[in-house]
Design a protein around this ligand. Structure first.
Ligand code: DAK
Length: 258
């Protein structure tokens, strides 16, 4: 299938989805998000893909939901369509590892979809924000929830109530992003990290992601029990045998995703 609003490329076991609506600073309209959801469904079903990078342009990862598209919506329409649930939330439902590589603006829905990814690598030029309050609304796809978990209440309140932006260094010191790199190294760094992840056993990486995400939903005791059960289940896999044998034999493991 061809895409109009995104570019989908693959390099070995790593796929990259580039949001590609540069004139509108990658504002997330419904067509673009439907394409992202379609691409993710394909990549999830494709056993040759072990990790995905979600990125945008140099100037904007994404400047938010498309304000012009949604401005005239009425409550009952967006309630009945459950606006954003099907497509935007395809990112949070994606089961393989997914990295956001952010340069420029990641605002509103843009910041929210970056936070739906497993971690964010930011260029020095990245700017994060939840400016919805300036539009007479508030974050609507997880901003008030995920931002608090990432940066804590004080900064999340500051961002959501003042609508101010956070630069890359502040995002790093606030734990919103895992690394900050020069813009020229952004995609290379993301590709390197993604290739490293994709070289691991796919089911083990998926279970690891599931366990980390479970920490947001469970008590510590439940989370630890869940982790232990998953860990124990890994001893049914060929990849566990291979990984540990390779260590003893001082060679690289060859995982079969089994
Ligand atoms: N939507 C539509 N178009 C946008 C856009 C956006 N979010 N952001 C930028 N653009 C367009 C601009 O209108 C302009 O288009 P033309 O005028 O050239 O046709 C073009 O992109 C370039 O933008 P600027 O001329 O403004 O560029 P600047 O460099 O001067 O400024 C900026 C860059 C990022 C500071 C500025 O564009 C800006 O403030 N953009 C809006 C940022 C924003 O407020 N983002 C939050 C959007 S609201 C919901 C759940 C969630 C949401 C909604 C509903 N439900 C569950 C129902 C989410 C809401 C949001 O994300």
């Amino acid at each position: 299938m061809g895409y109009d609003m995104i570019e989908l490329t693959t390099d070995g076991a790593v796929a990259t989805i580039k949001l590609d609506r540069p004139k509108a600073l990658n504002a997330l309209n419904s067509e673009m998000m439907a394409e992202v959801a379609t691409a993710l469904a394909k990549l999830e079903a494709d056993d040759t893909i072990g990790c995905v990078i979600l990125t945008g342009s140099e100037k904007a990862f994404a400047a938010g939901a498309d304000i012009k598209e949604m401005a005239d919506n009425e409550y009952l329409d967006i309630y009945k369509n459950d606006m954003f649930e099907a497509n935007h939330c395809a990112i949070e439902r994606f089961r393989k590892p997914i990295i956001a590589a952010v340069s420029g603006y990641a605002l509103g829905g843009g910041c929210e979809i970056a936070m739906m990814c497993d971690f964010i690598i930011a260029a020095e030029t990245a700017k994060f924000g939840q400016p919805e309050i300036n539009l007479g609304v508030m974050p609507g796809i997880g901003g008030t929830q995920r931002l608090v978990r990432a940066v804590g209440k004080a900064k999340a309140m500051d961002m959501c109530l003042t609508g101010r932006m956070m630069d890359a260094q502040e995002a790093l010191s606030s734990n919103l992003v895992s690394r900050v790199v020069p813009l020229d190294n952004l995609m290379e760094t993301a590709q390197e990290a993604a290739a490293k992840i994709a070289a691991q056993s796919q089911p083990i990486a998926m279970m690891t992601k599931e366990a980390v995400n479970a920490s947001f939903e469970m008590t510590l005791a439940q989370g630890i029990r869940f982790e232990r059960r998953l860990f124990q289940s890994m001893f049914t896999t060929q990849d566990q045998k291979e990984g540990m044998a390779a260590f003893s034999e001082k060679r690289k493991p060859h995982f079969k995703n089994k």
